[in-house]
Every structure is written in structure tokens, then in C-alpha cells.
Design a protein around this ligand. Structure first.
Ligand code: NAD
Length: 284
């Protein structure tokens, strides 16, 4: 009998993971989404084989359960499934961009004879919805797994095997380290990109020419400001502590830059840019 994978949240990431799993495994994929429309599209695109009508029905007999919902929802749903009957030995995972709060909720599954392993495929797009799902979305990207201390290593290998069709590179971190690093390289830059766009929008009120001139570099650095606002709201709410720390550091740094400009310290300004260039050029 085919093994069953249950995907909750059939958007860009849930759909892409389902397609990647199907490429490597002969499985039955069941899906659930709060949007009936997304479910219908997922069925018609053959991303899933069967639509579950509820979470309870979906988890029944599933060997692998994947939450690909917005992070605030995932936190609730991980707790919710603890009241349902889950298959012994099942693996439960998620794809959320934040980890500490979601992994914290997994303690509700402790007595359920299943293994929860947090996950975050570090690739995506500013698009959302199952229509944008692609099996190759995660190729060559890092896929972070955050098994809790004491998690059976065989379950981690099993999960990597389930996900091998993503062709991603797996890396294990603690949930805390994940949120700190993802905050710095992904969440905080989204805040900065949005703030730059706001700045131009304000200037446009005085001088509409600014938008027409905002090409090249401005478009490059603000591309991520076109991402899904609901998703980013949830991520900021989840990763509050890391982001507040990063904001404090950034504000201090901007004060230093302000002083360099005020003092017209040409040499120091040059060094500021040179050091940034050297680090950026040296990125793998
Ligand atoms: P998406 O909007 O494309 O898909 C989310 C889906 O979840 C939607 O179809 C929505 O209807 C469904 N949903 C919402 N609430 C639900 C509920 N209560 N029950 C069932 N379904 C529900 O978003 P996405 O980009 O696929 O993001 C999903 C997750 O992946 C998020 O946790 C996000 O942090 C993470 N992620 C996103 C990216 C990215 O670049 N988009 C990258 C890595 C990880």
C-alpha cells in the first residue's frame, strides 16, 4: 500500500514540497487548505491526489504531515492535531520562516508516538499560491532542519529522504540559532526594503518624478518589498526578540554613518564602503 503524505496549506511552498516529494516517491498525497479554491486548483494541477475536508480527516493514517501555512497558523495547528489520532511513527514537520515558537508547540505532540522536526526551506519567491508551485523551487538552496535535543537521528534521516526531491542541502540548527540568523539575513532586510519604499512614497508626494527615476539599484534592493504582507506581518510578530536586537544595532550603526557624513569624514566613509564591499564580494 502507498504511504500517505498530508500537506496542510497548499500555497507556493506546500505545493512545491508536494511536487518535489512526488518526484521521488510513489505516494498518495492528501491536502488541506482553508481556501476551497486553492484546494480545487491543487487537485486539478495534480499537486495532491485527494482533498481532506478537515484537519482531523487529513492526519488520519498519514506517514508524513507537513504544515505549510503562515507561521502564526502553524503554531496553532501543530497544537490542534495533538487531539487527533495520529499514526504511530509518523513524522510531522513544517516549513515556516520562524522556528522557536513553532518548535515550542511541538511539546503537545510528545505523547503521540510521532516525531516533530521543524524545517525551513530557504528559498521562495514573492509569488504566492499553488499556481506558482514548482518542484525545483528549492534546488541548491539550504533546507534548515531544527530537531529538538534527543530527537531520534533515524527520524531526521527519514525526513531528509522524504524531501530528497527538493535537491536542497540539509543543515541542522537549533531553533534559536535559526531565528537569530534568519532574522539577520532575511527578516530584517525585508523591513529595510519596505522602509526604503516608504521613503520614496513620501518623497513622491512632493515630487512625482522620483518614482520614474527609481530604477536599477533601487529596484534591486527593494525587490523583496513586493512579498506577501500577511506572511511578513506574521514573521515579524514571531521573531520579535531577534528583530528588536537587530533594529537596535542598525539604529546605532546609522547614527555612526550620520556622524561620518556630518563630519565630512571622507576617509572613514570610504572605509565603511570598502569594508562592506570586501565582505560582500567574499560571500560564497
Ligand atoms: P501561500 O500564501 O502561498 O500559502 C499559504 C497557504 O496556507 C494558503 O493557500 C492559505 O489558504 C493556507 N492557509 C492559511 N491558513 C490556513 C489554515 N488555517 N488551514 C489550512 N490552510 C491555511 O504562502 P507560502 O509562501 O506558501 O508560505 C507558507 C509558509 O512557508 C509560511 O509559513 C512561510 O513562512 C514559509 N516560507 C515561505 C517562503 C516564501 O518565500 N514564500 C519561503 C520559505 C518558507
Amino acid at each position: 500500500m502507498k504511504r500517505t503524505v498530508f500537506v496542510v496549506g497548499l500555497g507556493l511552498i506546500g505545493g512545491s514540497i508536494a511536487l518535489a516529494i512526488r518526484k521521488e516517491h510513489d505516494v498518495h498525497i492528501r491536502g488541506y487548505d482553508i481556501s476551497g479554491e486553492q484546494l480545487k486548483v491543487a487537485l486539478s494541477l495534480k499537486v495532491i491526489d485527494e482533498a481532506a475536508t478537515s484537519l482531523r480527516e487529513g492526519v488520519e493514517g498519514a506517514d508524513l504531515i507537513i504544515f505549510a501555512t503562515p507561521v502564526l497558523k502553524t503554531e496553532q495547528l501543530v497544537e490542534e492535531i495533538a487531539q487527533f489520532s495520529l499514526k504511530t511513527g509518523a513524522i510531522v514537520t513544517d516549513v515556516g520562516s520562524t522556528k522557536v515558537r513553532i518548535v515550542g508547540k511541538a511539546k503537545h505532540l510528545q505523547d503521540k508516538k510521532v516525531t516533530f522536526i521543524g524545517g525551513h526551506p530557504m528559498a521562495g519567491s514573492h509569488k504566492s499560491g499553488v499556481e506558482a508551485a514548482r518542484s525545483h523551487l528549492f534546488e541548491n538552496a539550504f533546507y534548515i532542519l531544527t530537531p529538538a535535543e534527543g530527537t531520534d537521528v533515524r527520524a531526521v534521516i527519514q525526513l531528509q529522504n522524504w524531501l530528497k526531491g527538493t535537491k536542497a542541502t540539509f543543515i541542522e540548527l537549533s531553533a534559536e540559532q535559526h531565528d537569530r540568523l534568519a532574522g539577520a539575513i532575511s527578516h530584517f532586510p525585508h523591513v529595510i526594503a519596505a522602509s526604503l519604499v516608504h521613503q520614496i512614497a513620501k518623497i513622491e508626494g512632493e515630487d512625482p518624478l522620483v518614482s520614474r527615476l527609481a530604477a536599477g539599484g533601487f529596484r534591486d534592493i527593494t525587490r523583496i518589498a513586493s512579498s506577501n504582507p500577511a506572511m511578513w506581518r506574521d514573521i515579524l510578530l514571531h521573531n520579535k526578540d531577534s528583530l528588536l536586537q537587530l533594529l537596535e544595532g542598525w539604529t546605532r550603526e546609522m547614527e555612526c554613518v550620520k556622524a561620518l557624513i556630518e563630519e565630512e569624514s571622507g576617509e572613514a566613509i570610504f572605509t565603511y564602503f570598502q569594508e562592506a564591499k570586501d565582505f560582500r564580494d567574499g560571500l560564497p
